[in-house]
Design a protein around this ligand. Sequence first.
Ligand code: WTA
Length: 702
Amino acid sequence: MAEIRSDPQAAGEATEAQISVHWREEEYYYPSARFVGQANLTDPSVIERFSEKHFPECFREYADLLTWDQYWHTTLDTSDPPFWKWFVGGKINASYNCVDRHLAKYKNKAALIFVPEPEDEATVSVTYRELYVRVNEFAALLRDFCGLKSGDRVTIHMPMVPELPVTMLACARLGIIHSVVFGGFSGEACGMRAADSGSRVLITMDGYYRNGKMIDHKTGADIALETAKQAGQQVDKVLVWRRHAGKSATVSPFVKDRDAWVDEILPNYRGQIVPPVPMDAEAPLFLMYTSGSTGKPKGCQHRTGGYLSYVAGTSKYIEDIHPEDVYWCMADIGWITGHSYIVYGPLSLAATSVLYEGVPTFPDAGRVWRIAERLDVNIFHTSPTAIRMLRKSGHDEPSKYNYHFKHMTTVGEPIEPEVWRWYHDTVGKGEAAIVDTWWQTENGGFLCSTKPAIDPMKPGSAGPGVPGIYPIIIDENNEPIAAGSGKAGNICIRNPWPGIMQTIWGDRDRFVSQYYAKYCKDRNSKDWHDWPYFAADGAVLAADGYFRILGRVDDVINVAGHRLGTKEIESACLTVPEVAEAAVVPVVDEIKGRVPEVYIALQPGIQASPAIVEKVNKAIEAMIGKIARPRRILIVPDMPKTRSGKLMRRVLAALSNNMSTGDITTLANPDIVEKVRELVQGKNAVTLADGPEDLKTFGTQE
Ligand code: WTA
């Protein structure tokens, strides 16, 4: 596969735009008549309705799927580019839209079905009525016990349990901005995010099951609070949900007046009803931190009205969700996929959304298909990493179970056509329509995908822009690349859309420089046409208008569908005093797509030893989490550098991937390359003894 690189000129290589990508064109697959017969979106006039001629008013169709407290007067306000405003003047509550409004018709229908990891623990169905009661009671607790109000931020560090959506929806009910941090992130990573968002309250859980073990999770909260404090943020309340009634899964001591078991205070709010606060359409709904080119994760700030409209619309038309469907997205709610397509999208449409606590292959490779069979799941949504893993561990398992998917999604990474075909033929039993949805944390919802009942599928390609999204590929000279040219370039979105984030929390400048500066045609222009959104992904556009996504062009590594910043991992390495320099590069991995490999150079006079490697490994785990554990940590005598002293990560990446290093004559120390090659490809490297974190733990986009 062609690699797109961040700094091609530095070593005198071809620019991205010049790289020709010679894919074998894959054959089309067509959705079944049965799928088309029941689909939400079958009218091809949608293309015309959402064409540029009807922009931005076309998005009324999405907003009209919701119940507004006050209708908006301006669909799109472009007066302060690129800080677009959507549905201005409108008032709406996300919790009301995901819960209350379904009661009249669906109060006894399951909103959530929770599947605990231990197979002998019964599944738990939460009806819309029960969800309503729980959300209200917890909202009362947030308001009266914690003193929280609209606009306050709350950090949530929880596993995949129904209490997580309850917590999010309770926040949304009051206009409290939630910031969910993936449960697999370390306490430190959680604390940094809590500090950045200015959260006074942290909500966590005592423990959860992972790979057959009960993990003590609350201990992370203690570290998070310490980290936040050092970063200048006092968190004064920790609410702890309990995984098993009457038990505690944590050894962490409860700090008086700071920590509280939720189940001990919740009875004080029994039966309370908290009116949903009508929020401005532009009021922030949540923050979701993600990795970028710099060391500091950025808080993507998502708005209430535009975001909810966009996820409702795409859930209905691209995910094909109907209220009678049983929909299972195997992502973790702690990532954007979970926010948009486990919680807000499906619940806004009154679907039944399945939540699975644990590892897809626990206790064996048939688990996922047993869940699908038992719950009669008919829409299935997961990542290429999970698909690769399930294929490897149980190639023929799906045929042993009696389930039938009408629709399946893949998201988060490029999928190899071979893997796609297994997904289609074996998992989908040839019956399911597949959508390969390309988008990002910043985007709120899907950007490219086929419309499942209208467009044929093409293995390995995401497809055209979804309705109302006008993508384009631009080269390094700011020229558009034509469809079918076979050239790769940077995929951009020409227009604003309701799901796009509002800004980076507390950092307007970074929002502009990261996403718009590169291709902005005129900084003074108030015309959206002058402000294409730069996604930082390489892509090629086939003659049929389908985009094939190649991967990140910046310093982000996509590990098993999770974004990790190389700079974040490098700064964790540099906390080890013996380390002088660190460089992190992506290595191709059969299952996870990419995994990080770490190079370190030691301070003068320090001897390389396995103990240092272990220290670096521990530092990465503590500061980011197990998910970032590298494949190997290699101690090198020196790093390849340009004459100006710039560390050449790309040369290291080539060595790690057994690829050609290209022209290295421009380096200040070209002879180091051979020495490093011997280390990397030889047997003398001082490396991590036990390799990467076992795939069974945080290995997929769960
Ligand atoms: C990658 C996840 C290929 C891409 C929703 C993007 C994909 C990053 C696809 C965002 C796809 C996502 N095909 N690559 N269908 N979907 N990506 O923010 O590199 O966690 O920039 O959002 O994942 O990851 P994020």
